[in-house]
Write a protein that binds this ligand. Structure first.
Ligand code: VGL
Ligand code: ZN
Length: 203
């Protein structure tokens, strides 16, 4: 696929955020049109594998009484409860060997939208000499946004591939892209030509 044009390298990471059943249609916190990104993410996974790029797969992994749930006074329906069907990764997601898995928001009393919050992900990536991160997945206005902003803040050259993410709400997505850009994240509108990361990197 057009992923070739990204020019992934062995010192890049493809960060696939929360492609879990609860975020797809029929799930507890379905993100509109989430299904559309699966073939695009799978194409990127293939490209990453060909390029020796580290693949990272994150999961929202809540206890049943997580603070973000309505029953605890939070804003979300109960979702991605550890060990349940809804917390499973979407079966269509292609997962090559060698992927790194990150589970987050595991403690009842804390919300952690970012894959870097309360995890050792930054250290794991630095240990592998990774300097660029390409963020895809769900949801653009929550975990994708917070993970990308954290990645940029932590010094990684960070790209979000808009074609491979979807927001909970359209307004939320627009706001998220503005916030990400303000934080130095590069929001890439499409993964097909003329997008070419090396072009951006040289400037
Ligand atoms: C997420 C809402 C609640 C996400 C997680 O993965 O973006 N959104 N928990
Ligand atoms: Zn959650």
């Amino acid at each position: 696929m057009a992923g070739k044009k990204i020019g992934l390298r062995p010192t890049d990471a493809l960060l696939i955020v929360d492609l879990q059943l609860d975020f797809f249609s029929g799930g507890k916190l379905a993100v509109p049109l989430a299904e559309e990104i699966l073939p695009i993410v799978n194409g990127l996974v293939d490209e990453a594998q060909r390029s020796g790029t580290q693949i990272v797969v994150s999961r929202d992994w809540h206890p049943p009484d997580h603070i973000s749930f309505v029953a605890q006074g939070g804003e979300w329906p109960q979702h991605c409860v550890r060990g349940t069907k809804g917390a499973e990764l979407h079966p269509d997601l292609r997962l090559p060997p060698g992927a790194l898995f990150v589970s987050k928001a595991k403690r009842p009393e804390r919300e952690q939208y970012s894959d870097f919050d309360g995890t050792s992900l930054a250290e794991e990536l630095r240990r592998r000499a990774i300097d660029r991160i390409f963020v895809v997945g769900l949801a653009e206005d929550f975990c994708v946004k917070e993970s990308a902003i954290d990645a940029a803040r932590l010094g990684f050259e960070t790209h979000v591939l808009r074609a491979a993410t979807r927001p909970v709400t359209l307004e939320g997505g627009e706001r998220a892209r503005a916030q990400m850009r303000a934080a130095g994240v590069r929001v890439i509108e499409r993964v097909s030509p003329p997008y070419d990361v090396d072009h951006f990197s040289r400037t």
